[in-house]
Design a protein around this ligand. Structure first.
Ligand code: PEP
Ligand code: MG
Length: 747
């Protein structure tokens, strides 16, 4: 930016700051600012539009337009040129506004006489606050320097808004972060929670957006960037990093060393911003770009830049990650995303978790489930809206979050929590009782687990052992491959906790969505159908054998149950089984105790296995239906894809016919069968599976109570008749018939 305009811009910012330092009402300040900007930029009009709600912009102050239009003129997001600036978070610059696409004539403002228009977003780290506009009569486009100068001013306005400088009467001038906000996300883990926000990444507050001494500020930013670079270099030289982690960090390092980034921030400082405000200005610009980028890889890189900006701000402000703020009571964690190890560190003290990103199958979701903490994912913009300590209510069942809820909403929500607590009490009273139906069928209810955090649930849920222990979780939450002895100790603790009940250890199911941080990621077009689970185990048997040895050592002569995941063909099971038998032989020859009774089973997760030769059913000691994967392959609907994952129902007759066929084939060979996908934990689904003949269901611990309560209430033979009748009538799904029938069943 040229010297002349640099000093002009600094002068304007100084005047702005001085005018804001004068005590006064928010409206007066806005009025003063618009005339200051118009004067300094030599334009006839300067207007400030602020959001009154997430969809509506309101003209809040103007120099040059009809003053009667202030607080009267409103525009929807995307409407007119002002709405376009807000939606795109990018400037609109035109010499002939009325001829511009989307121009909307607002007669009450008297703006028709102004031909040229320049609008820039007022935004703060991704939070859209409003639009700053200048207009002139003569037809001309504004220069790059003028656009830049206005953006710098908008940046200062954004910071001042955050600091509450413009608070006044009316919605648009109401204090930020005080209104109730409803977020509609998706369910990560069911349950309801009430508490107070605890931000994983504390908000950094910049109290000095304008600085007088650009030389001193430039020195500050250079020193901070240097410190940042050293810290990233230190990370990179850490001995424990493997090649892939290094590659990721290299990309991070490139940003830290990017000349363009530092140059832009130095320019911002030259224009009058403080070092902190310069970082935030570039961070806001990066965030705005992030929203426009469809490419996931590039978006990740922009996230890197976002993270670096955060680090830089913390260095500059001295506000470390730990800001010294005390965690509120009943904390609800709010974050853009979080890793499984970090979530485990917080542990059970959290009441709930709300994430902007994440996925149902993410490791964080798995941990939240193990900890039985309600989790809502995809709550867009929650980190920008929420402040530490804000009152928050999390509805994990509906995927809804109420931030700073109104009293009536809070009351209704509390009723819901109270009802759930009552139901929990009822379930607890069933803990020692069997899941026995009215007609005498007994269904074994086991729990799914994978973390040490799951173990207390063995006692509290009344589970009859662990029907699925997902061993990969122990690998996922570490930074490096666990050692055999460490695993052996851990598996032994799981067996101890089960107190003689069976634990079905599933060997590593990695690949697809479960990528180990220390393993080379595979660039596969369709990872769910790619190199995963037993396919990896058989192709690279080193880890599989190490794990099998750990299991054998953990059993220390006790009974052991091992299950191989994602078997598609009989020979895969045969190979995996012989690996295990070879390890048993080896242990024995080393003089180590071997399991008294060893059961080796397969997970049925691909439709192909249902049609395997009879000899497969004869050689497996048991089969467990992995309904999550089986469903996704049966319906060809990605379980991770929000658009399709709920589209198909397991109570669809086609799926039930498949289940029935599996039941029959297992019955013919006396092969024990269980179901361990998520649907086993849904009461209606569990009832139908049991009615078809499945006698072992494995589910998350919190589902055992509701499933048991329903199974004890019903006659499974009668349920079977209802299912058969619906099928005979040609229904597509048996769900309505079963629900109608259930409604007629009295306790
Ligand atoms: C399944 O696919 O149903 C299953 C239980 O395994 P996971 O969810 O771990 O893939
Ligand atoms: Mg599976």
């Amino acid at each position: 930016m040229p010297e002349r305009s640099e000093s002009e811009s600094r002068k304007l910012l100084k005047r702005l700051r001085d005018s804001l330092a004068v005590p006064g009402k928010g409206q007066d300040r806005l009025d003063r600012i618009t005339s200051l900007i118009a004067d300094s930029m030599g334009t006839e009009v300067c207007s400030i539009y602020l959001f009154r709600d997430s969809e509506t912009l309101e003209l809040c102050a103007t120099e040059g337009l009809n003053p009667d239009a202030v607080h009267q003129t409103r525009l929807k997001l995307g409407e007119g040129l002002v709405g376009r600036v807000a939606r795109s978070a990018a400037p609109v610059n035109t010499g002939n506004a009325p001829a511009e696409r989307g121009f909307r004539f607002m007669p009450e403002t008297g703006e028709e006489i102004y031909s040229s228009f320049l609008g820039v977003p007022i935004q703060r780290v991704g939070e859209k606050l409003g639009v700053l506009v200048v207009q002139s009569r003569n037809q001309r486009e504004y220069s790059d320097d003028e656009i830049y100068a206005l953006e710098v001013v908008a940046m200062v306005l954004a910071e001042m808004t955050e600091l509450g400088a413009f608070i006044g009467e009316g919605e648009a001038l109401s204090a930020k972060h005080t209104q109730p906000v409803l977020f509609r996300g998706n369910t990560g883990q069911e349950g309801a929670a009430e508490g107070n926000v605890w931000l994983h990444e504390a908000r950094v507050v910049v109290t000095n957006p304008v600085a007088d001494d650009p030389v001193a500020e430039t020195e500050r930013i250079r020193a901070a960037v240097l410190q940042l670079r050293v810290s990233v270099d230190d990370l990179l030289s850490a001995a424990s990093l493997d090649k892939e982690q290094k590659q990721v960090l290299e990309a991070y390092r490139l940003f830290a060393h990017s000349r363009g980034w530092l140059r832009r921030m130095e320019e911002d400082i030259g224009a009058g911003l403080s070092a902190e405000a310069a970082v935030q200005k570039e961070q806001s610009a990066a965030r705005a770009r992030m929203e426009q980028v469809p490419d996931a890889y590039l978006r990740d890189r922009l996230h890197d830049l976002d993270d670096l900006s955060h680090r830089l701000l913390r260095i500059l402000t001295g506000q470390g990650k730990d800001t010294g703020a005390a965690m509120p009571e009943n904390p609800v964690l709010v974050a853009r995303n979080i890793g499984p190890a970090e979530l485990l560190d917080y542990g059970r003290k959290l009441r709930g978790v709300v994430l902007e990103e994440g996925s149902v199958g993410s490791h964080a979701a798995i941990v939240a489930r193990a900890l039985a903490i309600p989790l809502v994912i995809h709550a867009e913009r929650v980190t920008t809206e929420a402040l530490n300590g804000d009152h928050i209510m999390v509805d994990g069942d509906q995927g809804i979050v109420h931030l700073r809820p109104e009293a009536t909403v809070a009351a209704a929500f509390r009723d819901k929590i109270a009802m759930q607590a009552k139901a929990q009490e009822r379930y607890a009273s069933l803990r020692g009782l069997p899941a026995q139906s009215k007609d005498g069928a007994v269904v074994k209810l086991q729990m799914n687990a994978g973390l040490m955090a799951d173990l207390p649930s063995l006692e509290s849920s009344g589970a009859e052992g662990v029907g699925l222990f997902r061993t990969e979780l122990q690998f996922l939450i570490r930074n490096q491959m666990p050692k055999r002895d460490e695993l052996a100790r851990l598996y032994a603790r799981v067996m101890d906790a089960a107190q003689g009940h069976k634990v079905v250890f599933r060997t590593l199911d990695i690949g697809s969505d479960k990528v180990l941080p220390y393993m080379k990621p595979q660039d596969e077009p369709n990872p769910a159908m790619g190199w995963r689970a037993i396919r990896v185990g058989l192709d690279k048997p080193g880890v599989l054998r190490m794990q099998l040895q750990a299991l054998l050592r953990a059993s220390n002569g006790r009974d052991l149950t091992v299950m191989f995941p994602f078997i598609s063909e009989q020979h895969e099971f045969a190979s995996a089984r012989s690996h295990l038998l070879r390890e048993v032989h080896r242990e024995r020859s080393l003089g180590h105790p071997v399991p008294k009774d060893l059961k080796i089973g397969a997970m049925l997760e691909t439709p192909s296995l249902a049609f395997a030769p009879r000899s497969f059913f004869e050689t497996t000691d048991f089969i467990s239906i992995g309904g999550n994967d089986l469903k996704q392959f049966f319906f060809a609907a990605d379980r991770e894809n929000e658009r399709v994952r709920r589209r198909y129902d397991v109570l669809n007759v086609s799926f039930l016919n498949l289940i029935e066929q599996i039941i029959q084939r297992c019955a013919e060979t006396d092969t024990p069968l269980s179901f361990c996908g998520e649907d086993a934990g849904r009461p209606i689904e569990a009832l139908c599976f049991a009615a078809l003949g499945i006698r072992t269901l494995s589910m998350r611990p919190a589902s055992i109570g509701p499933v048991k309560a329903l199974l004890r209430r019903v006659d499974l033979t009668a349920a079977r008749r209802v299912i058969d009748a619906a099928r005979a009538e040609g229904a597509e799904t048996v769900r309505p018939a079963v629900l109608d029938w259930l409604a007629t069943q009295v306790d």
